[in-house]
Write a protein of this length. Structure first.
Length: 55
């Protein structure tokens, strides 16, 4: 699968994928908001929304 096909698949799945054709550059996903996973004690994942509602 080449990069143009990857961009087409990402776009077909509803993501805004942008690539300028330069093989030295990454595909940009402009519609994606990345959040770092928060890990609490015991390796359990914390949900920031749930933690905020407890206060």
């Amino acid at each position: 699968m080449d990069i143009d096909e990857v961009v087409a698949v990402l776009t077909a799945d509803g993501l805004s994928a942008v690539w300028d054709g330069n093989p030295d550059r990454a595909i940009e996903l402009t519609s994606l908001t990345w959040h770092k996973c928060l890990v609490g004690q015991g390796g359990q994942r914390q949900d920031p929304a749930r933690e905020a509602s407890k206060q």
